[in-house]
Design a protein around this ligand. Structure first.
Ligand SMILES: [Fe+2]
Length: 168
């Protein structure tokens, strides 16, 4: 495991926002794993944007672009939330691959429906993880992160619906 939250060595003054260091550490670790999932999902979506083959190529190319742009904003927000809580955001591919709960095996996929299925499975996995993370955070009193993760959950549910709609 990568050491994700060296609170004392994270640059800057002490964080005094009404959350115990122990609480912040738990939340920062949860957010670090989520950040890795979001970055991996972003790269997979971008890969599919580049390599998709389909009769409706232009539509799928643009659809994947819209999704990776949304994920770009999502993982930036996750990283900056980690910083807001006094943690260090994981920022290397090595760390992301060690932390992520998603699988990277996407090199051989060329056709749009297979890509859509892979991304849908990943979004649903992230949604289930977020639900578990929210439950873990609820008793800790970190209202900001709880609210943040709930909004992310809804965003992934919407992205998953769009992917699912291509399969029906
Ligand atoms: Fe592009």
């Amino acid at each position: 495991m990568v050491s994700r939250s060296k609170l004392k060595s994270a640059a800057g003054a002490a964080v005094n926002i009404g959350l115990a260091e122990k609480t912040r550490k738990i939340v920062i670790d949860i957010l670090g794993t989520l950040l890795a999932d979001e970055v991996v999902l972003y790269i997979k979506t971008r890969n599919f944007h580049w390599n998709v083959v389909a009769p409706n190529f232009s539509e799928m190319h643009q659809f994947f672009e819209g999704q990776y742009e949304a994920l770009d904003e999502v993982f930036d927000d996750v990283a900056e939330r980690i910083r807001s809580l006094g943690g260090r955001a994981p920022g290397s591919m090595g760390e992301f691959l060690q932390l992520t709960r998603l699988s990277e095996k996407t090199g051989q996929i060329a056709h749009a429906p297979d890509m859509v299925q892979v991304l849908l499975d990943d979004h649903e996995r992230v949604i289930r993880s977020l639900r578990a993370d929210i439950e873990k955070i609820a008793p800790l009193g970190d209202a900001g992160t709880e609210d943040f993760l709930t909004a992310l959950l809804e965003e992934h549910e919407k992205m998953a619906w769009m992917l699912r709609s291509y399969l029906q």
